[in-house]
Design a protein around this ligand. Structure first.
Ligand code: UD1
Length: 422
C-alpha cells in the first residue's frame, strides 16, 4: 500500500451537498453474519473502505465465496473452516465479530486475539463471558482464542454490561452466537446502537427470531438454520456527523444527503447549542450558522448519548469556537491523541484525566500532523480546514479505514484538500 498524506488548506466556508455512505460499523458485523448460513447473501451499500476490504478477505480465507462490486457484496459460505488467519485479523480489531458466527455454525472457532489498540485497552472479556454463558469453552493458545462447544450452544440469560457500559460488538457477537443455539437467550445490558438494530434486522431477514434490539434487553429464540438474504446497510452516522462538523467549521451551508437524522439526535442538539441551525428534510440534513458560535460541553455516552466516535471532531470544532468547551470521554478514557496534535496547530487545550478543556482561539496554523486513530485523523483534517497555511495529515491509511473518498467529498463542498504521496 502506497503511503499517502492529505494536504489541507484554509478553505473558507464550505457549501453544497454530499452523500453519506453505508455504515462501516453496521457493515462489519453484518458481513460476519453471512457466515451463519449456507445460502447466498447480498449486502448492499457496503462502503469501500480498507476495513470492509479486510472483512471481505477474512470471509474468503474462512472458505466463503465472495464477490464485490461497487458497494455490493455477495457471499456464499457453504464450506467453512473455523480458523481466521492472524495476518488479516491483526489489521482490524473488529475481526473479532467472526467469533460468534463461527461458534454458532461450526461449534468451534480459532481467531487471533486482537492486540491493544491506540485508543486504549480494548478487552473482549464481555464477549467471552457471553459465549461461556451459552455453553462454550474458552481457551487461549499461542495468541489465539479457541472457542468450542462440541454439543452445540444452549440459550441462557446473561448480562453484558461492563465497567464502561454496554459493548456494541460484544452484543453483536453474542446475538450471532445465540441465533442457532438450542432454546432462548436473553441478553441484558445489551448495547442499543443503531448498528445493533441493523444486524438484528438482517438476522431476522435470514429467519432468526430476535426481538428487543434497540433496547437493553434482547431476546433470541434459537432456530435450526438460517437462509440467505439481501440487505442494505444503514447510513453511516459518524461519517454524517463528521461532514456536519466540516460544515460548521467552515461556516457555510452544507447539506448531507442519504443520512438518518434519527441516529444523530445528540450531535444535532450539541451543534445547535454551539450556534448552528440544523434542519432535516427527509434524508437530508442541512447545517448553517445561526449567529455567533459559542463553546459548549459534551460528555460521551453509549447511544443515544453523545458518540465517542464524534468526540475528536468536536474538539477540532471547539478549537476555534469562541468561549470555553469541556469535553469528557467516558467510553475510552485515553482517547485524546488528537489533543497533542491540535495543540501543535495552536489550539488551547488542557487535559485533566479524561476531560479536555478547550479555549477557542481565533485561528489555528497549519502544521504537519499525524494521528494514529481513525477519528483523530478526521479531526485533524477538519482542523486544517480552518488553519492558516498548510496542514499535512500523515498516515492517511487511518482515515481510509473509515471514510469513503473523504478528500473527494470535501472537495465537492469546496474544500482545498489534496491527496499526495508521502
Ligand atoms: C464499537 C465501534 C467503535 C465505537 C465503540 C463505542 C465497531 C466496529 N466499532 O466498538 O467505533 O467507538 O463501539 O461506541 O462497531 N469493553 C470491555 N470489555 C469487552 C468489550 C468492551 O470492557 O469485552 C469496554 C471497552 O473497552 C470500552 C467500552 O466497553 O470502554 C465500549 O466498547 P465497545 O462498545 O465494545 O466497543 P466496540 O464494540 O469494540
Amino acid at each position: 500500500m502506497a503511503l499517502e498524506k492529505l494536504i489541507v488548506r484554509d478553505s473558507g466556508p464550505l457549501n453544497g451537498s454530499v452523500s453519506i455512505s453505508g455504515s462501516k460499523n453496521a457493515s462489519l458485523p453484518i458481513l460476519a453474519a453471512t457466515l451463519l448460513t449456507e445460502g447466498e447473501c447480498v449486502i448492499n451499500r457496503v462502503p469501500d473502505l480498507s476495513d470492509t476490504n479486510y472483512m471481505f478477505q477474512i470471509l474468503g480465507m474462512l472458505g466463503a465465496e465472495v464477490e464485490r462490486s461497487s458497494g455490493r457484496m455477495v457471499i456464499e459460505a457453504k464450506n467453512l473452516t473455523p480458523t481466521a488467519p492472524y495476518e488479516l485479523v491483526r489489521k482490524m480489531r473488529a475481526s473479532v465479530c467472526v467469533l460468534g458466527p463461527l461458534l454458532s455454525r461450526l461449534h468451534e472457532a480459532k481467531v487471533a486475539l486482537p492486540g491493544g489498540c491506540i485508543i486504549g485497552d480494548r478487552p473482549i472479556d464481555l464477549h467471552l463471558r457471553g459465549f461461556e454463558a451459552l455453553g462454550a469453552e474458552v481457551e487461549f493458545d499461542g495468541g489465539n482464542i479457541l472457542l468450542s462447544a462440541p454439543k452445540g450452544l444452549t440459550g441462557a440469560r446473561l448480562n453484558l454490561s461492563g465497567k464502561f457500559g454496554s459493548t456494541v460488538l460484544g452484543t453483536d457477537n453474542v446475538m450471532m452466537a445465540a441465533v442457532l443455539a438450542d432454546g432462548t437467550t436473553v441478553i441484558e445490558g445489551a448495547a442499543v446502537e443503531p448498528e445493533v438494530v441493523d444486524l438484528a434486522d438482517f438476522l431476522n431477514g435470514m429467519g432468526a427470531k430476535v426481538s428487543g434490539a434497540g433496547t437493553t434487553t434482547i431476546t433470541i429464540e434459537g432456530v435450526d438454520s438460517l437462509k440467505g438474504r439481501e440487505h442494505t446497510v444503514i447510513p453511516d452516522r459518524i461519517e454524517a456527523g463528521t461532514f456536519l462538523v466540516a460544515g460548521a467549521i467552515g461556516g457555510g451551508e452544507v447539506t448531507i444527503k442519504n443520512a438518518d437524522a434519527s441516529h444523530l439526535i445528540s450531535l444535532i442538539e450539541k451543534l445547535r447549542e454551539t450556534g448552528y441551525d440544523l434542519t432535516t428534510q427527509g434524508k437530508n440534513i442541512t447545517i448553517r450558522p445561526n449567529g455567533e458560535p459559542k463553546g459548549c460541553n459534551i460528555s460521551t455516552e453509549p447511544y443515544p448519548g453523545f458518540p465517542t466516535d464524534m468526540q475528536a471532531q468536536m474538539c477540532a470544532l471547539f478549537a476555534t469556537t469562541p468561549g470555553t468547551s469541556v469535553v469528557t470521554e467516558n467510553i475510552f478514557p485515553q482517547r485524546f491523541m488528537h489533543v497533542a496534535e491540535l495543540t501543535r496547530m495552536g489550539a488551547d487545550v488542557h487535559l485533566e484525566g479524561a476531560t479536555a478543556i478547550i479555549k477557542g482561539v481565533d485561528h489555528l496554523s497549519g502544521a504537519p500532523v499525524m494521528a494514529s486513530d481513525l477519528r483523530a485523523s478526521a479531526a485533524l483534517v477538519l482542523a486544517g480546514l480552518k488553519a492558516k497555511g498548510e496542514t499535512e495529515v500523515n498516515r492517511l491509511y487511518h482515515i481510509d479505514r473509515g471514510y469513503e473518498h473523504i478528500d473527494r467529498k470535501l472537495r465537492k463542498l469546496g474544500a482545498d484538500v489534496v491527496r499526495a504521496p508521502m
